[in-house]
Design a protein around this ligand. Structure first.
Ligand SMILES: CC(C)(COP(=O)(O)OP(=O)(O)OC[C@H]1O[C@@H](n2cnc3c(N)ncnc32)[C@H](O)[C@@H]1OP(=O)(O)O)[C@@H](O)C(=O)NCCC(=O)NCCS
Length: 214
């Protein structure tokens, strides 16, 4: 039986998730998106990818549904929303684009979004409420902590660990066995070759702390 899923948020990332679910449904998944909830009251009643913006987020209790997914890119906001939805007993689905290549032994937590043309190789563990964004590559035996975002086109070598609520920016490269802590930001295009401590932002090739943090 179809599972009706409400998307929290209606911005760009939420629409990417809607697209993933619509394509997954075409490919035989039982998950069916029914619309968005967004606190921008100006867009209520509008449509995105033919799905309606049903109301603001506090309207969830009035929408018949089976599960939710969070369509918000910002890690901190997504983290808060995830905890709040879990506390209220919501089922939070995991969605994977049909074009993603995921090894059979990979574990993926609830609420995680795996976008188009990603590859996740054997032995990797992906936490809850994570975004594995378009075209990124997670090689074998990586660990990605909860609420983290691996942005489009980034490449993680084998055995890489990324902590919780970190952002690996677009096109970044993390060399094999590197460790990135919690709450880190890896700048777009950076090449990380050694450990990055909690809370640090690094940029460039090779990656170094932003000057104001160094
Ligand atoms: C690293 C980053 C977080 C810095 O953002 P910020 O704190 O607002 O920094 P600023 O834009 O003020 O730039 C600070 C300095 O770093 C440089 N810089 C910023 N981003 C850089 C990057 N990715 N690579 C190299 N240098 C960078 C700027 O040129 C600037 O240098 P200057 O002081 O010599 O002029 C941001 O630029 C970035 O790369 N974010 C990742 C975005 C992303 O991939 N999001 C995912 C979307 S799906």
């Amino acid at each position: 039986m179809a599972r009706r899923v409400v998307i929290i948020g209606a911005g760009g990332h939420a629409q990417v998730i809607a697209d993933i679910m619509l394509r997954s449904a075409d490919a035989g998944s039982d998950i069916v998106p029914i619309g968005y909830l967004d606190d921008n009251v100006d867009i209520i009643g509008q449509h995105r990818l033919d799905l309606p913006v049903l109301g603001s987020t506090d309207y969830l209790q009035f929408v018949p549904h089976d599960a939710v997914i969070i369509g918000i890119g910002d890690n901190r906001i997504r983290y808060r929303m995830f905890n709040s939805l879990q506390r209220s007993g919501e089922s939070i689905v995991t969605v994977c684009h049909p074009s993603a290549v995921i090894a059979p032994d990979v574990s993926i937590g609830s609420g995680t979004v795996v976008a188009a043309r990603t590859v996740i190789n054997p032995g990797s563990i992906i936490g809850a409420n994570v975004i594995i964004n378009t075209g990124s590559i997670i090689d074998h035996h990586c660990y990605i902590g909860n609420h983290t975002h691996i942005a489009p086109g980034s490449v993680l070598g084998g055995g890489v660990t990324v902590g919780e609520q970190s952002l690996v920016g677009m096109g970044a490269i993390l060399l094999p066995q590197c460790t990135v802590g919690n709450g880190c930001t890896i700048g777009a295009g950076a090449c990380v070759h050694r450990a990055v401590s909690d809370g640090l932002t690094v940029i460039g090739v090779p990656a170094r702390p932003l000057p104001r943090q160094a």
